[in-house]
Each structure stands twice: as structure tokens, then as C-alpha cells.
Ligand binder design. Structure first.
Ligand SMILES: [Zn+2]
Length: 359
């Protein structure tokens, strides 16, 4: 190919000492970064997604100074969020939350559906952890301990939000998400993810993540409740949800996906379309419009005021600093807000429009 610039990528998978050197094309890297590609394997009744994140992750993680073990968990959640968010018909927001009893207390991500055709979906994420309780000798997932994995879907004003919860199970955040879909949605689901640090020959370094999601199409009339679920901790597994033929197809797709390696997942040596052909060429993969993804926060002066409107004048006084301000920081993007306390809360003395500081 003419005009393609060859470069070298050194990829460090988090938690493993292996280094790979990979020849890549810069043009391929740029065109597929921060995208989700939907696809379908008609003969197997399976739909899927391929996600690649790079700039989004850098922006999410550069807002904070997390230890690497926490960064890795946030990266894994972000790619899960991109994959799951793209499968939903979202008018507003999908949120994933993991709450744990270990060093990592909370990982929260939000995915805002695109506002129109060709518009990007937006992702934001943050983690809350207790640095003293992090165990340097354990992997990332063990830092969560016991807790739960939740999916929240908010379709906007005047719509009842949906929330589904499953206990922390398995060995990774993706196995929690698989258990969630088996248990709460009764949809067999599989994730294969990779995330880590990359260093390019021009010195640019940063986080990259990628993944493939497979989902069996819901079976007509299926509502399976076996006497003895075969999944982790007595939860339903894919095998409990499918009958003979469908189960065979599901196993076949999973065996094919098992052959993927980490570099193929994060790219950029292989484009997502080439990867699908490599994995599933006999199943005739069909691809749909690519979804761009970007970092985005929805915080604003008005939203913070809104969240403070439930407080009394006495509560607001407790929040007021010595120089007579109420301040708030956005946990997702780090934006800093400063308010005149007299304009806050349901007992506000000075209506906002009369506040000289904001006009
Ligand atoms: Zn923000």
C-alpha cells in the first residue's frame, strides 16, 4: 500500500511481563481507534461487537492519578461499557457500576448514546479506592473483594430507570458482565478483552484496550430456569439457556473466539473487519455502521445546583468555606465549580438571576 507509515508498537499487557513488538500501520490505527463495530453471524444466530479504545482511555485516566492496578480495572470497565452500550437502543444513558468490599470500592462508568447518525457516543468513568487497602501482590480483580455488578439504564426524563444487579462472580469484570446477562437478561454473552499500556516508537505512550463481545440472539419464548444452574456460585450459565442446536452453535463461536490473541484485540496490526474474517470467515460475518466513541462529561453548573437543591440553608452553611463559597468537583472530569452559598438549596435567599457573581 502506498502512503502508509510503518511504526512499531510495544505493548505491555497489565500484570504480565511479556512485551511484543508489532509492525503496524499508522493509518489503520487512527481510523479504528475509539470505535465500536457491530456485526452479526447469521448462520449461528449470534450478534457481536468489536471495540477499540485509545484516546478515550487516555482522557478518562488522565483526569486522575490512579495506581496502575486501578487504571487497569477502569480500562476494562470502559471497554465493557463501550461494547454493552452500543448494543442498547439508548436515548440517554447506560451506567455500569461495580461496588466492592476490598481496596477498590467503586468503579462507575457512563455511556451516553449518540445524539444522531454519525455522532459519537460519549463515555466517562471514575474509581474510588482506599490506597492502604490495595494489595500489591494481587491482581486487579481480587482488589474488589465481595460486592455487586450493576447495570443502570436511564432513557431520560419521565422514563423509569431500569436497574439490574448481580453478585461479583468469576475471575474478571467481564465474567461478572457475562453472569449478569445470563442471570438478569437470560442472554448467553461472552467477552474477550485486552487492555494495557502501549509505547510507540515516536515516544507516545498510553492506555489501549480492545475487545469482542458475542451474544446469542434471544430464543423465542425462552425462559429457562433449570433446577441446578451450572454457572459460578449457582448462577445461570449460557449452557442453561440454550437447547441442543443453539448450544452447539454457541460453543462453536466461543471456540473460534478462543483463538484470538491480545494484540489482535487491541490492534492496530489487524483491522476489526480483518479480525472478524480471520475468526469467523466460515460463518459469513456481516458488519453494520461503525460507532465512534469519545470522552465526554455531562456535568454543568446547572446540574450541580440541581443536586444541591435538596439541602436546607443549614446544610448549605455546613458546606460553606471560610471565604464564603461552596465548591464542588466533578469526579468524572475534574471540573471545579464555585457557588455563592446564598443561591443554593431549597431555602436560597438570593435567586440565581439576582446573583451578581453569576451574571
Ligand atoms: Zn464532569
Amino acid at each position: 500500500m502506498i502512503g502508509v507509515c510503518l511504526d512499531v508498537l510495544i505493548w505491555t499487557s497489565y500484570g504480565k511481563a511479556n512485551l511484543w513488538k508489532e509492525i503496524m500501520t499508522r493509518s489503520a490505527k487512527i481510523s479504528w481507534d475509539d470505535t465500536v463495530l457491530p456485526f452479526q453471524l447469521d448462520v449461528l444466530d449470534i450478534r457481536g461487537r468489536v471495540a477499540r479504545l485509545d484516546g478515550v482511555l487516555d482522557q478518562v485516566l488522565s483526569q486522575h492519578d490512579y495506581p496502575p492496578v486501578v487504571e487497569a480495572l477502569v480500562a476494562e470497565m470502559a471497554v465493557l461499557t463501550a461494547l454493552i452500550g452500543q448494543t442498547m437502543k439508548l436515548r440517554w444513558k447506560l451506567s455500569l457500576q461495580v461496588r466492592g468490599s476490598g481496596g477498590v470500592r467503586l468503579i462507575a462508568t457512563d455511556y451516553y448514546g449518540p445524539t444522531g447518525d454519525g455522532k459519537p457516543a460519549r463515555i466517562r468513568a471514575y474509581a474510588n479506592y482506599n490506597a492502604e487497602a490495595l494489595d500489591a501482590d494481587s491482581g486487579g480483580f481480587e482488589q474488589i473483594g465481595n460486592g455487586y455488578f450493576a447495570i443502570l439504564i436511564d432513557q431520560g426524563q419521565d422514563m423509569t430507570p431500569y436497574q439490574g444487579i448481580t453478585p461479583i462472580a468469576g475471575t474478571s469484570l467481564s465474567s461478572c458482565a457475562e453472569a449478569y446477562f445470563a442471570q438478569s437478561e437470560q442472554i448467553p454473552t461472552r467477552f474477550s478483552l485486552a487492555f494495557g499500556h502501549s509505547q510507540e516508537s515516536d515516544g507516545k505512550s498510553g492506555w489501549r484496550a480492545g475487545g469482542v463481545m458475542l451474544q446469542h440472539m434471544p430464543l423465542a419464548g425462552a425462559h429457562v430456569t433449570p433446577d441446578e444452574p451450572t454457572g459460578e456460585d449457582g448462577l445461570l450459565s449460557a449452557a442453561d439457556l440454550l437447547d441442543g442446536n443453539a448450544n452447539e452453535n454457541w460453543n462453536r463461536a466461543n471456540l473460534l473466539l478462543d483463538t484470538v490473541d491480545q494484540l489482535e484485540l487491541v490492534g492496530p496490526s489487524i483491522e476489526p473487519t480483518q479480525l472478524l474474517l480471520r475468526l469467523f470467515h466460515d460463518e459469513g460475518p456481516r458488519v453494520f455502521n461503525i460507532q465512534p466513541v469519545t470522552f465526554g462529561c455531562t456535568c454543568s453548573d446547572d446540574r450541580v445546583r440541581q443536586s444541591l437543591s435538596i439541602y436546607s440553608a443549614k446544610d448549605i452553611r455546613h458546606m460553606t468555606t471560610d471565604d464564603n463559597q461552596v465548591t464542588a468537583d466533578c469526579q468524572f472530569c475534574g471540573a471545579h465549580y464555585t457557588f455563592n452559598p446564598e443561591t443554593l438549596g431549597f431555602e436560597a435567599k438570593t435567586p440565581l438571576e439576582n446573583d451578581p457573581a453569576t451574571s
